[in-house]
Design a binder for this molecule. Structure first.
Ligand code: XUL
Ligand code: MN
Length: 346
């Protein structure tokens, strides 16, 4: 395992959240984008991830010319700060046209809206200097099974991917699976589902995946296995590290907050497979707790990176030789304790 491999870090403007939840108002005041960019710089992160309307607010009310002008202006500001745009994702879950889904909506006009907005998102990404589009398929699923035809929905997803791949010959699409929330059941719940879509498209090598730790936990899966699976296909193009305490709403807790051993295994598998060697970023899709005071607003991001880097040290100092002997002797009892005591610092 290389001891010199280094990582580059990233987060999105939504990760500095105001703390609103479905049962109460914001608890921290809204901040301008420039303030958020300043915080990212201050923390020493390398890149920012964007939704299309993080780049161009109120995007649906603006002309293409206005959208591209604003994107170019933002790109200039990012260049001035030495910050890269990691990816751009079409936010297909707030508009009235996406109430019943986007690419899989039963209304053809709404499906058209989703595709048009996705193509514009690709144009924005190009201006922002990234070829990576992330698709979190938020509302591509159902509340009740009978509402949509599941097989047709897969075909609609493939048709939408084909339009995106055809729109720009360089663009790469990373699908971010999540099994539920806001839907009861999503059509693309796991990394296996995401990667199985690729060969159905016109250019399979440009369809890959993004893994979020919490989304794997929500699917009842181990995030490190999901990471390894995607990396076996050379398809892990981005990563949202965070944590999740069991099967409930998507918590986006700081990395390692709930289960340090699960976090350790994610870092270990990233190390083993040299994640980042093709320029992929480690992104933290984490949120401050609702209770977080304004003066502690950025701690969840700084802490996630600290925990990550400490776990890199732990992965590099893990006693592989003893582990291999225990594995050869099928002494998994001792192997279990080896890991626990390593994490405890003994
Ligand atoms: C939703 C989620 C999103 C995506 C970006 O659960 O993780 O923030 O990462 O659209
Ligand atoms: Mn995410």
């Amino acid at each position: 395992m290389s001891k010199t491999h280094t990582y580059e870090f990233c987060f999105g403007p939504w990760n500095i959240s105001e703390g609103q939840d479905p049962y109460g108002p914001p608890v921290r005041p809204p901040q301008e984008f420039d303030w958020k960019l300043g915080q990212l710089k201050k923390l020493g992160f390398d890149a920012m991830m964007f939704h299309d309307d993080d780049v161009v607010p109120d995007i649906d009310s603006k002309t293409s010319a206005q959208i591209f002008k604003e994107a170019r202006e933002l790109k200039k500001r990012l260049d001035g700060e030495g910050i890269a745009a990691e990816m751009v994702a079409p936010r297909l879950w707030f508009a009235p046209e996406t109430i019943d889904g986007a690419y899989t909506s039963n209304d053809p006009r709404h499906r058209q809206y989703a595709v048009d907005r996705s193509l514009r998102c690709i144009d924005i990404a190009k201006i922002m200097g990234t070829d990576l589009i992330v698709l979190w398929l938020a509302r591509e699923g159902t509340y009740i099974r009978e509402a949509k035809n599941a097989r047709r929905s897969v075909e609609l997803l493939v048709a939408a991917l084909d339009k995106m791949l055809g729109h720009d010959k360089k663009v790469r699409i990373a699908i971010e699976p999540k099994p539920n929330e806001p839907m009861d059941h999503a059509y693309i719940p796991t990394i296996g589902h995401a990667l199985a879509l690729a060969p159905l498209t016109r250019d399979p090598k440009r369809v890959g995946a993004l893994i979020e730790s919490a989304h794997c936990t929500l699917a009842g899966l181990d995030p490190s296995d999901e990471i390894a699976f995607a990396m076996a296909f050379q398809k892990l193009w981005s990563l949202h590290l965070n944590d999740q305490n069991g099967l409930k709403f998507d918590q986006d807790k700081p990395f390692g907050s709930t289960n340090l051993r699960v976090a350790f295994n994610q870092v270990r598998v990233l190390e083993q497979n040299k994640y980042g060697s093709n320029g992929e970023y480690v992104c933290f899709d984490v949120h401050p707790f609702r209770t977080t005071k304004v003066e502690h607003w950025m701690a969840h991001l700084d802490n996630s990176r600290r925990t990550f880097l400490r776990l890199v040290e732990k992965a590099r100092s893990y006693d592989e030789k003893t582990a291999q002997q225990l594995i050869a002797n099928r002494d998994y009892q001792a192997l279990d304790q080896l890991v626990i005591e390593h994490l405890l610092g003994k």
